[in-house]
Design a protein around this ligand. Structure first.
Ligand code: ATP
Ligand code: SF4
Ligand code: MG
Length: 321
């Protein structure tokens, strides 16, 4: 399989009155064509920040944004970190890589029809007239299981599940190479969640996905690989089977231990302690204050990344290549 996205040493820090928030702090991974990579971790671990960093949608208080993000199309590669804004807007964002933002279904303009809402967003990225855009929108709605009549409806006429489908339709409307989905099911009831999960399973045939979620059960239903994020870093990444049946990092083990059955949207808060502040993260291994296996070295030096079979990578002093 070909690499469609390569992320290396990516950092995104925010400036705050309390100090620098190191939300993404040296993240590396690759995404292959047709693959679903889940980014899993507790609230505040930097998952959404990673999504925004990949899209290069940065807030005003960004203090540091560096590293490598390369998107590979068949005949062209785009270096997202250094690309000029115009090319990024015209050629990359939305067209080749798009994002379903966390809780975005609540951000659909309440006073526009769905058709007008989609048209306004589309024309920012492509010189389309309204009819062309409505045709594209109708096709995208069809592929998420919604009839074209939805284009004439207002958000208040749609259920939560339908709104989420509209948002997913908008993300795939330009047939991007990669879609980033940030907590795509978290605001939905269990049955609607199950419907959205089946939809994502269908869509993964056509596009590579990065699925951001705190829900390991959701990740295990859709993903081919899982990257576990803790306090701004990826601490373990591997094929779904390796992660689920043979986790190596104590944090991944704890996450699995706190996911008793599939499909239960359990919060992960009951791992002892909390995700540390990203302003002054613990030295050495950031998980050491919560780790039952912590040794002397863990609070002093950052663990190196060990590479096991099939691209299974782990950053823990207990694991050697
Ligand atoms: P959740 O699961 O709750 O969505 P997350 O893993 O997506 O969490 P982020 O939203 O990326 O985490 O936030 C990571 C850290 O960065 C948090 O401490 C958050 O408060 C902080 N943060 C996010 N955006 C900003 C910002 N613009 N300025 C300062 N701090 C920020
Ligand atoms: Fe625990 Fe040490 Fe491994 Fe960190 S490096 S997860 S503290 S054993
Ligand atoms: Mg988030």
């Amino acid at each position: 399989m070909q690499t469609v996205l390569e992320v290396g040493g990516l950092k995104l820090y925010y400036r705050t009155r309390q100090g620098l928030v190191k939300a993404v702090d040296g993240v590396s991974f690759t995404l292959k064509s047709g693959e679903v990579l889940a980014i899993v971790g507790e609230s505040g671990s930097g998952k959404s920040s990673l999504g925004y960093a990949i899209m290069r949608l940065l807030p005003e208080n960004v203090a540091l944004y560096e590293g490598k993000i390369v998107l590979y199309d068949t005949d062209r590669a785009f270096d997202i970190v250094s690309l000029d804004e115009e090319t990024l807007r015209r050629e990359v964002r939305w067209k080749r890589i798009s994002m379903v933002f966390q809780a975005s279904m609540n951000a659909i303009d309440p006073v526009s029809t769905i058709g007008d809402f989609i048209y306004r967003i589309l024309r920012e990225h492509r010189p389309l007239n309204k009819n062309e855009s409505l045709k594209l929108a109708a096709d995208a709605l069809k592929s998420v299981g919604l009839p074209a009549t939805v284009l004439n409806m207002y958000p208040f006429e749609l259920s939560g599940g339908m709104k989420q489908r509209v948002i997913i339709a908008l993300a795939i409307i330009m047939r991007p190479l990669v879609v980033i989905l940030d907590e795509p099911t978290s605001a939905l009831d269990v049955i609607t969640q199950a419907n959205i999960i089946s939809l994502l399973k269908e869509l993964k045939r056509d596009t590579s996905m990065i699925l951001i979620t705190h829900d390991l059960a959701l990740a295990s239903e859709i993903a081919d690989r899982i990257a576990v994020m803790y306090a701004g870093k990826i601490v373990e990444v591997g094929d779904i089977d390796d992660i689920l049946t043979s986790p190596k990092h104590p944090y991944t083990m704890a996450l699995l231990g706190s996911t008793p059955t599939l499909r239960q949207d359990k919060e992960l808060g009951f791992i002892k302690g909390q995700v540390p502040s990203l302003i002054n993260p613990p030295p050495g291994c950031r998980f050491h204050p919560r780790c039952p296996f912590a040794m002397d070295v863990c609070s002093k030096e950052e663990p190196p990344e060990a590479e096991l079979a099939r691209g299974h990578k782990v950053s823990c002093w207990l694991v050697r290549s």
